[in-house]
Design a protein around this ligand. Structure first.
Ligand code: GDP
Ligand code: IMO
Ligand code: MG
Length: 424
């Protein structure tokens, strides 16, 4: 059976966690394929909010297996905190959570190295979540990393020590003021490693292969968004993994010809957290209202998210790179009450009108060109069917579908699992 993908098409925080949770009842397996605790995926149901960082968003469904794939990087300490929270909620994850032996482990010194590197960059900093993501993927590609499978080996702590010592030298090399107590960090780390070891490790590529052969339905859950992709994002202001569809192949061992539906998820406007270019960013009251009404604060770091109008040039690019087959529009409810809405349809790039995302989208090169739409006043949050949508919202949706040439099959009108409207 083909594997479906769900991917963020913007700069992350599109609402992936919510929609994976909504779709989980259709799938036997939910699998994360990249990223790590830099992600914060929010799920709301039965009046409660849950935030997951590394654990797939299918974990609240009893009969679903949840795979943490080889492309993910795991911080055992954060992972243990997530497990503790699940336990408090009475979620029995022991039989449903499976971890790839090939996933890499974030060491305490990776996190310190992230902080040292960001501090050293000064004004040019990426705005990283400081979870050690960059340094861990650097060790992966540098062929120095420690993987989940290693902690099953008797002598892995020797490898750990050698790597941690190398990291300490690198931290010192950055020549910035980073204070840390490694003994304390390591006590926490090794306790969390023991918890990790009590879980089920798998050869996930083989598991996924067998599951497909057995006709199991699988949904791969992306983290971050396409514009944060290491290759196709707004480099260097990106994360360190492939967040796009290809990342699901390398991060789970799925063959490209086994990909089925590609659900592309986007907000009805745009947000970004951290540094980097954002052509449609708003610095006025409108942007401030979007942030306030949309509660645009990071689920992982609590930082305010920058807000702006929907950028169709960037969205089209993300649809192409991922091969999106269905679109899911989130947070339409946040736009209720605006007199008019803008959508960027082209860029003025160094004096020329263009329709594609150029190499450099810094504000000195790019000015967005907008189409304007009449807003709607109606509150969408209580609506249960697309037939209740105001005509202005329908016009907005239909315009996007026409421009992107992909149907919008789901419209989300609030954070709750129930506030999800399927369109034919
Ligand atoms: P993710 O990283 O893609 O899973 O997204 P986040 O969880 O970081 O951010 C999405 C935020 O929007 C969360 O606070 C969700 O509870 C909330 N949310 C999701 N869908 C909707 C929606 O349709 N309307 C509103 N108002 N909030 C939503
Ligand atoms: P989810 O899965 C939004 C951003 C950071 C920073 C850049 C690099 O919740 O959508 P990193 O920690 O990876 O070195 O940070 O990427 N970033 C995210 N922004 N949502 C995320 O994940 C993000 N993960 C990383 O803010 O700009
Ligand atoms: Mg998030």
């Amino acid at each position: 059976m083909a594997v479906d993908l769900l991917l963020g098409l913007q700069w992350g925080d599109e609402g992936k966690g919510k929609i994976v949770d909504v779709l989980t009842s259709k799938y036997n397996i939910i699998a994360r394929f990249q990223g790590g605790p830099n992600a914060g995926h929010t799920l709301v149901f039965n009046g409660k909010k849950h935030v997951l960082h590394t654990i797939p968003s299918g974990i609240f469904h009893e009969d679903t297996k949840n795979v943490v794939g080889n492309g993910v990087v795991i911080d055992p300490v954060i992972f243990k905190n997530e497990l503790d929270k699940l336990e408090e909620q009475g979620v029995d994850y022991r039989s449903s959570l499976l971890i790839s032996r090939k996933a890499h482990i974030i060491l305490p010194t990776h996190r310190l190295l992230d902080a040292a590197s960001e501090t050293a960059k000064g004004k040019a900093k990426i705005g990283s979540t400081l979870k050690g993501i960059g340094p861990t993927y650097m060790d992966k590609t540098g062929r120095n990393g420690i993987r989940v499978g290693d902690i099953e080996l008797a002598d892995w702590k020797l490898k750990y020590r050698a790597l941690a010592e190398k990291h300490q030298e690198l931290i010192a090399f950055h020549d910035v003021d980073i204070e840390y107590d490694l003994d304390e960090l390591e006590t926490q780390f090794f306790t969390a490693i023991d918890t990790l070891k009590s879980l089920t490790f798998i050869d996930s590529e083989e598991y996924m292969h067998q599951a497909q052969k057995d006709g199991q339905s699988i949904l791969a859950e992306g983290a971050q968004g396409s514009l944060l992709d290491i290759d196709f994002g707004t480099y260097p202001f990106v994360t360190s993994s492939n967040t796009t569809a290809a990342g699901a192949c390398t991060g789970l061992g799925i063959a490209p010809n086994k990909i089925g539906e590609v659900y592309g998820i986007f907000k009805a406007y745009t947000t970004r957290v951290g540094s980097g270019p954002f052509p449609t960013e708003l610095f006025d009251e409108v942007g401030e209202t979007m942030g306030r009404v949309g509660h645009e604060f990071g689920a992982t770091t609590g930082r305010s998210r920058r807000c702006g109008w929907l950028d169709l040039v960037a969205l089209k690019y993300a649809c192409h790179v991922n091969g999106v087959t269905q679109l899911i529009m989130m947070k339409g409810d946040v736009l209720s009450g605006f007199e008019s809405l803008k959508v960027c349809t082209q860029y003025n790039y160094k004096g020329e009108v263009i329709n594609h995302l150029p190499y450099n989208i810094e504000s000195e090169n790019v000015t967005p060109i907008y189409s304007e739409f009449k807003g709607w006043k109606e509150d969408l949050t209580e609506m249960t069917e697309a037939s209740q949508f105001p005509k202005e919202l329908n016009a907005y949706i239909e315009f996007l579908e026409k421009e992107l040439e992909i149907p919008i099959t789901v419209v989300s009108v609030g954070p709750d699992r129930k506030q999800t409207i399927h369109r034919n």
